[in-house]
Design a protein around this ligand. Sequence first.
Ligand code: PGA
Length: 252
Amino acid sequence: MRTPLIAGNWKMHHGVTATQAFLEDLINQDVPTAVEVVVCPPFVSLPVAAMLTSGSRIALGAQNVHWESAGAFTGEISAPMLIEIGVRWAIVGHSERRSLFGETDEHTIRRARTAQDEGLGVIVCIGESLAQREVEQTFDVLEGQIAGIDRLDPRRMVVAYEPVWAIGTGHNATPTQAQEVHAFLRQRMTEAFGQAEADLLRILYGGSLKPSNARELLAQPDVDGGLIGGASLDVDSFSAIIRTAAECAAGD
Ligand code: PGA
């Protein structure tokens, strides 16, 4: 039985003041124990978020992390810096990092490997573009993106399948499309890590996941939670998704 994980990727939203208001509100709404909750604010909001979530059931994630632990890398943040302030997770390989900032599959694996070595859990994002899906390259693209994943520790990793055409567009993958890809990924994880590890590893869906479609997506057998962008910015919609994940885990 995999505990569902609901992670909010705030992207470049919510500075310190908004982060404080959001988290005070979220902490007041009891987070169900059946769900693991992670919020990923922008870097500058992480210290205040760490203070507010300390001792709560909400874990913190960063939106990226560098592959070296220190050095001359202007504009980058390292895993030890994140750990020092209480961050437990890092997103790597988000499609916006790939398409807008030129990050590659190899960067993604290197970032993830160092983060894990330093003690962070990683949320490894993969997903095909619309053009790739239309020419039936989805599985080949995903295969390429996870080519080095066997260098990572499956116990400190979740995979997030985020079809690029679904991110921020309002057009989510159908539950059938999501389950088909997640089952394929579970099979690949079995080949990389063995059955027992693949059975434990959580595969999240991301891409226009919101309260109105959360139930049908999260009810799929190989969908173990979500990475949520737009709908994670509002406490009410984020907590509605968390509650739905708890209900799906309970089989309701
Ligand atoms: P979205 O973003 O929920 O706004 O589609 C998801 C993501 O980019 O992680």
